[in-house]
Design a protein around this ligand. Structure first.
Ligand code: DOR
Ligand code: ZN
Length: 346
């Protein structure tokens, strides 16, 4: 196959940040995707409907003219989340979901939830309203090995929560293990999972390929090969529980190439093309539209766009870096390398 036409996809997990970085990264996502689920881990985090509304306006201000793009906002859950503000924000069409960051799991998660029972009242209200819970599924206790954090979260937190709230709808964000892929289909259609391009393309060896590779460091961390293979089977399975969410997570180069570098892979400039590489290698391009454009729409309850886009098998060189004004630069996934697929323009 040398060209593929699909409904315009949605990226159901992105980090846009704010300020200069936001202005420079939003155009990449808006060009390739009809919609995005926007993560709330700003500093300070997006914890109220008013903050989300203001943030949505800043995002829309960065969308290039004549580009059709809809950001869908999320609420950052804390031990003190006000369920009535959350539900009012949902009713007003501001909040599409709420995000659970276990405290200290990742970037700007210090205000996250310290123990799941602290938000049981909020989860009950979300269940009644049909508002999806998005989870960063990692245990953060220091005695848990970093490679076991996802499995531990599924066993200790996720499964008991799904049993306690039998109608709560959950997206397991950026699953990285076979355990995650299994859990995403074990509860019928009320549980789903996003899968990033990097977890489909690389295993943990990529972190140490000829030296330390800070631009491959993200959380949850890349896992061993058997997990990558399980994720690939899941993504191309066509099952409605799996959909596209890049977790594109820009950090300026000097903040990644540092003593204590930030977690995140900046994939927005090459996201669809990176997934296409996976689906082509798996001989499953005919299932790409379900993963990229349809399954997430069905879960969140929006109409997949009527508009289509065409990707062609024409190689292009990915930009070596993306300047962010005076602040520095971002290094994208596949920086300076050739990638086989391109968006057909016009
Ligand atoms: O690698 C990551 N980066 N994982 C996350 O969960 C958060 C993200 C970020 O915001 O930088
Ligand atoms: Zn994320």
């Amino acid at each position: 196959m040398t060209r593929l036409t699909i409904r315009r996809p949605s990226d159901l997990h992105v980090h846009f940040r704010d300020g200069d970085v936001l202005r420079h990264v939003v155009p990449f996502t808006a060009q390739a995707f009809a919609r995005a689920i926007v993560m709330p881990n700003l500093s300070p985090p997006v914890t109220t409907a008013a903050m989300a509304l203001a943030y949505r306006t800043r995002i829309m201000d960065a969308v290039p003219a004549s580009t059709d793009f809809t950001p869908m906002m999320t609420c950052y859950l804390t031990d003190h989340t006000d369920a009535s503000d959350l539900l009012a924000g949902h009713r007003d069409g501001i909040f599409a979901a709420a995000k659970l960051y276990p405290a200290h799991a990742t970037t700007n998660s210090s205000h996250g939830v310290s123990a799941i029972d602290r938000i049981h009242d909020v989860l009950g209200a979300m269940q009644e309203a049909g508002l999806p819970l998005l989870v960063h599924g990692e245990l953060t206790r220091p005695d848990i090995d970093i490679f076991d954090r996802e499995r531990g979260f599924i066993e200790e937190v996720l499964v008991p929560t799904l049993e306690r709230f039998p109608r709560l709808r959950v997206v397991m964000e950026h699953i990285t293990t076979e355990d995650g892929a299994k859990a995403a289909v074990a509860f019928g259609d009320r549980v789903a999972a996003t899968i990033t391009p990097q977890h489909l393309l690389f295993n943990r060896n990529a972190l140490f390929q000829g030296g330390l590779r800070p631009h491959m460091y993200c959380l949850p961390i890349l896992k061993r090969e058997k997990h990558r293979l399980a994720l690939r089977r899941a993504a191309v399975s066509g099952r409605p529980n799996y959909f596209l969410g890049t977790d594109t997570a820009p950090h300026l180069r000097h903040l990644k190439e540092a003593d204590c570098g930030c977690a995140g892979v900046f994939s927005a400039p090459v996201a669809v093309e990176a997934y296409l590489r996976v689906f082509e290698e798996e001989d499953a391009l005919d299932r790409f539209e379900a993963f990229a454009s349809l399954n997430g729409a069905a879960f969140y309850g929006f109409d997949p766009p009527a508009e289509t886009v065409t990707y062609v098998r024409a190689s292009r060189t990915v930009e070596a870096s993306v300047p962010v004004g005076d602040a520095g630069a971002l290094v994208p996934l596949f920086a300076g390398e050739d990638i086989a697929w391109s968006l057909q323009s016009g």
